[in-house]
Structure formats: C-alpha cells, structure tokens
Design a protein around this ligand. Structure first.
Ligand SMILES: Nc1ncnc2c1ncn2[C@@H]1O[C@H](COP(=O)(O)OP(=O)(O)O)[C@@H](O)[C@H]1O
Ligand SMILES: [Mg+2]
Length: 330
C-alpha cells in the first residue's frame, strides 16, 4: 500500500502511467481514507488508464463496469441464469415427476415445487455482475465504474447505495457484505452533471490535457522509438492544435497514435507533407482537419502577438516553420 505521494508516482510510473502531483495526492488519499475517486475530464486524457495503473501498482484485480444508457441492476449487480435453470428442469424431469407424484390438486403440486425452489435459486444459477463480483471478491480488487455519466440518474442513485455500505441483498440468498472495502474509481466524460450526493461520497479529481512536459514523458513511455526532437515537435503541435476551436481536440491517446505513426513511417522530420498526410491520425472530423491545415499554413502572427479579442479564436501561429522546439517557459 502507498505511504507517500512519491510512492504513488513510482508505482504508477512502473505501470507506464505519468501522473501529476494532484493525481498522486488523490490516489494516496483514496487509499488512506478508503474513499472512491470520481475522475472527470475530457475523453482520452487517461482516466480509465489511471484505474488500470492504480490496480496494477497495488496488485489489485481490476473489475470493470462499463456504463451505458439503460444499464440496469441485472447487468451491473446480478442475474439469474434463466437458460441454465431451464436446462436443469429438463434434465431433472424424472426427478421432478417423483416429487410431484401423488399430488391431488394443482395447489398441492405448486406447494411441492415451491419446497424445491432453493435448488433453482442458489449460487449455482446466480450470475454475478461486476458490482456483486467486487462485493464478494476474496482477493483485493479495484472496481472501475467507467463512464458513469452514460448511465441514467436512477442507476446513479442505486449505485450510491452500493457504495455507501458495500453490501448487496439478493432476496433469495440473503445479504452479501464485502469483507474488505474494494478500491473504487468512477470516471465521467462530463456529458452530464452528476448528483451532489455521489460527489459527496467521492474524492474528486479532474484530469485535463497534460502539460507539454508531461505529454512528452507519456510519448517517451508509449512510443519510445520516436526520436526525442521529433517527439517534442509532435507534442508541441498537438498542444497548439488543442488551442484551436475544434469539434474534437486531439487527446493523449491520439498523440500516442500519431507518435507511433511517425515511427512506422520512418519520419525523419515533421515536414509539411508528413504533417498533412498524417493529420487524420490526430483529428477525426474533416472540418477539424481543414481548420488545422488552414492554421498550419496561415501566415505567422509574429512574436508581438496582436491578441485577438475573441477567447477561442484560432491561433494562427501554428505555422510550419514555427514547429521547431520552443522555449520551455512557454
Ligand atoms: N498520464 C498518462 N500516462 C500514460 N499514458 C496515458 C496517460 N494518459 C493517457 N494515456 C494513454 O492514452 C490512452 C487513452 O487513455 P484513456 O484512459 O482510455 O482515456 P479516458 O479514459 O480518459 O478517455 C491510454 O490507453 C494511454 O495509452
Ligand atoms: Mg475511459
């Protein structure tokens, strides 16, 4: 278990995850206070990956619940294996016949069947889904509830109950309670506001796009074959693309894909042809590709910077020749 933020950093780094001081602190607190982490931020900034790295660094088994619209308890908690129950009734037909033999009325037959109910509503036919798996796990686990913002508000309320006491009631079998509290991480892509109650129960962490230096470290870890100078140019370009008013800004995963693409193409430098031919690895909307191309070929605004009034205005200085390494103070 972690005892300092340095240990968290080392642990996550050992899983090829580059974490900010804030991430390290929140993970440490989650361990110490045994609280879930609610992690928000744009898509592709490493939220899911953080859960995997945290699990890997602490030797916990990762149990993942991927949320989606319409997700309900049967997919999140448990389900009775109906097909298996049916198969067993078929195979046990002769035995059931014996049980029912001598019943005078329908009610009598139903009563006798009811006495055998336990056989069909037993662990044998129970299909545990991620939440129940996490509650009943005998080994250390990390429960990842991924993209909770995709699930409905009702599901969120139900989840709150499970997270508050880590116990689950299966009417036919009784209450199951976790022997040790699992580590829990929830992620959200911010597509809707989550309830205050859920936020109150969790430690909050916002992961934004990384700084140049952090993203460079990520690229070095995930695409080690890219020449250092090219890696820096690539990261700096991505960072500037994020300042454009795009439909979908390139995420860290796209930076990594691009870095790997440059290695695959044996690119020696980031010249205009390479850049234009590979832009679609970074940008997935034609409109964004066109906008980026325009920005790249637009004349430089000059170092004086006229500072256009509109906040999200395109920064025209992504000029090709400006892709050379910039000063670190940027
Ligand atoms: N801090 C980081 N350190 C290492 N790799 C990262 C980091 N952030 C993102 N990545 C990479 O980006 C990819 C996408 O991250 P992911 O966790 O799926 O994003 P999210 O869940 O936020 O949408 C990961 O598979 C990983 O390769
Ligand atoms: Mg994710």
């Amino acid at each position: 278990m972690f005892n300092s933020t340095d240990e968290v950093r080392e642990g996550l780094n050992g899983q090829q995850y580059v974490a900010s001081d804030e991430i390290n602190t929140v993970v440490l607190l989650a361990e110490k206070l045994q609280k879930p982490i609610l992690c928000e931020g744009p898509a592709g900034v490493g939220k899911t990956e953080l859960a995997k790295a945290w699990a890997g660094a602490t030797g916990r088994r990762l149990i993942r619940l991927q949320c989606y619209e319409g997700l309900d308890e049967t997919k999140a908690l448990y389900e009775w294996e109906y097909a298996k129950q049916m198969l067993y009734t078929q195979l046990l037909r002769d035995k059931l016949h014996d049980v029912l033999a001598g019943s005078q009325t329908l009610a009598q037959a139903a009563d006798r069947i009811a006495q055998e109910e336990d056989v069909f509503f037993s662990e044998r036919f129970l299909l545990p889904r991620p939440l129940l798996q996490a509650v009943t796990a005998g080994d250390p686990v990390l429960l990842l509830i991924d993209e909770i913002d995709r699930a409905d508000a009702e599901f969120e309320a139900f989840l709150l109950e499970v997270l508050s006491d880590f116990q689950v009631s299966v009417p036919e079998l009784g209450t199951k309670k976790a022997t040790s509290i699992p580590a829990v991480m929830l992620t959200s892509n911010n597509t809707r506001e989550l309830s205050e109650a859920l936020k109150r129960r969790c430690l909050y962490l916002f992961i934004d796009y990384p700084s140049v230096e952090a993203e460079l470290r990520i690229v070095k870890l995930r695409a080690p074959d890219l020449a250092p100078q090219l890696a820096r140019q690539a990261v700096e370009l991505v960072q500037r693309l994020r300042q454009l008013d795009l439909k979908k800004s390139p995420s860290v995963s796209e930076t990594i894909d691009w870095a790997r693409a440059l290695v695959a193409l044996n690119a020696a430098q980031l010249d205009r042809a390479t850049l234009e031919n590979t832009l679609t690895v970074l940008l997935k909307h034609e409109q964004d590709v066109q906008r980026a191309k325009r920005a790249i070929s637009a004349p430089s605004a000059g170092s004086g910077g006229t500072g256009t009034a509109a906040g999200g205005a395109e920064t025209p200085d992504i000029e090709y020749r400006n892709l050379r390494p910039r000063r670190r103070s940027e």
